[in-house]
Ligand binder design. Structure first.
Ligand code: GLN
Length: 362
């Protein structure tokens, strides 16, 4: 094809690949991670937990169902997980500019150009993924002619501050008042709460919620190293002294673990897919879950009043936590899915039930 622009992908281990641009043309650096989901690129690309990361899709053909438009519902984009593309770049094996889907409004390439996000195709994504699985996550650069950026490790930055709401926003008018600590919340978490008769008060990541009155506290997902979030961890320590229900998802789970006194560590290459099996502790029930995380909780460091709630059936890592006698629990996976299987959405019902029980007894 004439008019094609090539770009170089350079990995931290010195290896180089040549791809063809289908997005915005700008040289960037970030942490390269892979996702094995077969669908859901609009949701993944707008998930704030991917902030600073160069995403590789192992599914070989991307772009064929285009990208949905900016329809709003409950003051949120109905088909996106946040208001913009959050990844630093997207790498795919084969890209198609031609698309067909009932709610598509533009091509993936045009959307990425609008949001100034580079994308390359024609790269052996299978080889890249095998390399990440063997050597672990690594930094990478996408370089367009002439301009080579510095290496950038996003995990050294406070990424949560970049994606959290700058001000308080209230959604809905339901009977359960939920304060949502926004560390980079996915829209579908808010939708899942609103569906269940809640008023959601979304507050910034460093907001002092310790003096607020609410029926339940929700700690969201978010990007980067959980240990960067010192204010949120300190505030959680304070509310652990009370017994108002708390639910966390992904980064929220890690923050609750850190506040409880446990430790987190970086996984070799993380869990990013739609088919992560998690077993409910004390049972043989296995749920298939949607995941996107690079860090994990060291279960051996949990204090005695906390226990694992789910464990990953592939690698035995911690997939959730619960307090032994207070209504505090969290999942490392995404019960709100979006994209991915919705089998664990009942965890939101459990949270509502905890709030009802708590109000009933207080
Ligand atoms: N989805 C998330 O909340 C991710 C949490 C954290 N940033 C991690 O990578 O482990």
């Amino acid at each position: 094809m004439s008019g094609e622009t090539k770009a170089k992908l350079i990995l931290q281990d010195g290896s180089e690949y040549i791809g063809t641009s289908f997005g915005y043309q700008e040289s960037i650096s970030g942490e390269m991670v892979f996702n094995t989901a077969m669908t859901g690129y609009p949701e993944s690309l707008t998930d704030p937990s991917y902030r600073g990361q160069i995403l590789v899709s192992t599914f070989p053909l991307i772009g064929n169902y285009g990208v949905p438009g900016t329809l709003q519902e409950d003051d949120l984009f109905r088909f996106y997980e946040s208001e913009k593309i959050q990844v630093s770049a997207f790498i795919v094996s084969d890209y198609t500019e031609e698309f067909s889907h009932w709610n598509a409004s533009l091509s993936l390439g045009d959307w990425m150009k609008q949001h100034k996000i580079p994308g390359i195709y024609g790269v052996d994504t299978r080889a890249l993924t095998k390399k990440l699985r063997e050597q672990g996550s690594m930094l990478a650069k996408i370089v367009f002619e002439g301009k080579e950026p510095e290496w950038k490790d996003p995990n050294l930055e406070n990424l949560v501050a970049q994606v959290s709401t700058p001000e308080k926003i209230v959604y809905g008018n339901g009977k359960h008042k939920v304060v949502l600590l926004d560390c980079g919340v996915k829209n579908n978490i808010i939708r899942c709460l609103l569906k269940r008769d809640t008023t959601v008060i979304r507050v910034p990541h460093d907001y002092d919620f310790t003096q607020e009155e609410y029926d339940g506290l929700f700690i969201s997902n978010g990007p980067g190293d959980p240990k960067q979030n010192t204010k949120a961890i300190a505030n959680l320590k304070t509310v652990f002294g009370q017994d108002t229900p708390i639910m966390g998802i992904c980064l929220g789970t890690q923050l609750m673990a850190l506040a409880a006194g446990a430790d987190t560590y970086k996984l070799k290459y993380g869990h990013r897919s739609h088919n992560q099996p998690v077993v409910l502790k004390g049972s043989k029930r296995c749920f298939i879950t949607s995941q996107n995380h690079g860090y994990a909780i060291n279960m051996d460091t949990l204090p005695k009043e906390w226990e694992p709630l789910f464990v990953n059936a592939n690698d035995g890592t911690c997939e959730g936590l619960k307090h032994t006698n207070k209504p505090f629990f969290a999942s490392q996976f995404h019960p709100e899915a979006s994209s991915g299987p919705t089998d664990t959405e009942f965890l939101f019902d459990d949270f509502i039930k905890m709030m009802e029980d708590h109000k009933g007894i207080s």
